[in-house]
Write a protein that binds this ligand. Structure first.
Ligand code: ARG
Length: 429
């Protein structure tokens, strides 16, 4: 017996591990970069990456023996979607002080449920911009290790901000809480520099800062700048040196503009951006990530979910304005990515509801789809990995029942989702 086992081990060491190959076929493929729809795609995915993509007219590729077949019938396939602004470890239905009755680890458990929903909704990559306890890194580790089903996660760790700011976890609590650890708060360029390094130490792949006040925080004003230009410049300098991009939560005009001057890579929300902001963003090559679906959900469900009255009032002030800014920014030629605040603001897995809003506020369907594919991949600096089905990219695919470039609402109900060549979701008919 012992001999046989040793023999098997020797055999395993000397024989190359067999590659796993999946062959995906469907009626059509929508290619976001070119905006074209191509018939009869055959996508060959080996060990998670596309090795061959052939469409109508191309010579049919040789199918490796033993390949798994995934035929998606009459569906249209496109690259897996990317949401650039999610909160995997939050529950949109538990808001305000109601969150205080849960354990710290509860939010990571919520995350296990959320990430599955986001993946099954067709979002095969999500950028998580702010989680306590490095829950986003933990979920990434769990997913990559095969413990949990979910998308590829680009984690930030804690969202960093100033004392009393939007990202101050002790904001709104009485002074007797002030001695608690507050791992996301800093108050000088050097303190922020240190926090960037700490996020990096625990696995952050992007740095999130809170440049201005926000809606969900209780006491501050979305229009108010909460980090100085010097602080943001230090964050960007340190993050870029470490190879990390910087995402800045910024609703107010001055905060947006100083964040852009500091060199951040993406502006989150951008509600009160003005013509100066548009020019700065274009000059600097920065992207706007505007969560313009949220207003509908917050105004309909926020009070029921326990949102603070102050937050609801702030949403009423800013929601419509943000949509008007979205239209103006897009018309001015600002580069846009798809960021929804899903998980934090509306229930996990409903990310795709924002596509129709982006079309309603000025984009063509193809432009809207690009925000979540081509553009998002570029903004992540991962255009060689995601956002396209060209050979070399991950075999991440979402399939819909019809032409998404005619009707983006089809993206709200994918018929199948493939991640790295594995069928992770198939709709029941
Ligand atoms: N996390 C954001 C904040 O609290 C959500 C803003 C939602 N509202 C909106 N209109 N996009 O500021």
């Amino acid at each position: 017996m012992r001999k046989v086992m040793l023999g098997t081990v020797a055999l395993m060491l000397s024989t190359p591990v067999l590659a796993d190959t999946a062959v995906v076929t469907a009626a059509r493929m929508f290619d976001p970069a070119s905006g074209r729809t191509l018939a009869d795609p055959v996508v060959i995915i080996t060990d998670g990456r596309v090795v061959s993509l052939v469409t109508q007219g191309g010579a049919r590729p040789a199918i490796p023996g033993g390949a798994r077949r995934i035929d998606l019938g009459d569906a249209t396939i496109l690259p897996g979607l990317i949401d650039m602004h999610v909160h995997v470890a939050s529950d949109a239905t538990i808001r305000g002080d109601r969150a205080l009755q849960y354990t710290d680890a509860f939010w990571t458990v919520v995350g296990v449920s959320n990430v599955k929903k986001m993946l099954e909704a067709g979002f095969t990559t999500v950028r998580n911009v702010g989680s306590g306890d490095y829950a986003d890194v933990a979920l990434q580790q769990g997913i990559d290790g095969g413990y949990v089903v979910g998308p590829r996660i680009v984690p930030s760790g804690y969202a960093l901000g100033s004392t009393a700011g939007h990202c101050d976890g002790l904001e709104g609590l009485p002074p007797s809480f002030a001695s608690l650890p507050n791992p996301s708060v800093a108050d000088s360029p050097e303190e922020f520099r240190k926090l960037v390094r700490v996020q990096k130490r625990y696995g952050a792949q992007v740095i999130k800062i809170c440049a201005t006040g926000g809606v969900m925080s209780r006491t501050d004003s979305p229009g108010a700048q909460q980090m100085t230009l010097a602080e943001m410049t230090a964050v960007v300098d340190e993050a870029h040196r470490l190879g990390l991009k910087v995402a800045a939560h910024a609703h107010g005009t001055e905060g947006i503009n100083d964040a852009l001057r500091a060199g951040v890579d993406t502006i989150e929300h951008a509600s009160l951006a003005d013509a100066t902001s548009f020019k700065l963003a274009k000059d600097k090559g920065a992207w706007f990530s505007m969560d313009i679906y949220d207003d509908d959900y917050i105004l309909a469900e926020g009070a029921k979910n326990g949102m603070y009255a102050e937050s609801l009032e702030k949403e009423r002030q800013i929601g419509l304005k943000q949509r008007q800014t979205f239209r103006a920014a897009h018309a001015a030629g600002v580069k846009m990515i798809f960021g929804t605040d899903n998980g934090g603001v509306f229930p996990a897995g409903q990310n795709a509801l924002q596509f129709a809003k982006q079309v309603e506020w000025g984009m063509t369907p193809t432009e809207a789809i690009r925000t979540a594919t081509t553009n998002a991949a570029q903004a992540l600096g991962r255009e060689a990995d995601v956002g396209s089905l060209a050979p070399g990219h991950y075999g991440d695919i979402v399939a819909v029942a019809g032409d998404p470039s005619a009707d983006v609402r089809l993206l709200e109900h994918p018929v199948a989702v493939i991640k790295g060549g594995e069928l992770v979701f198939k709709a029941a008919h």
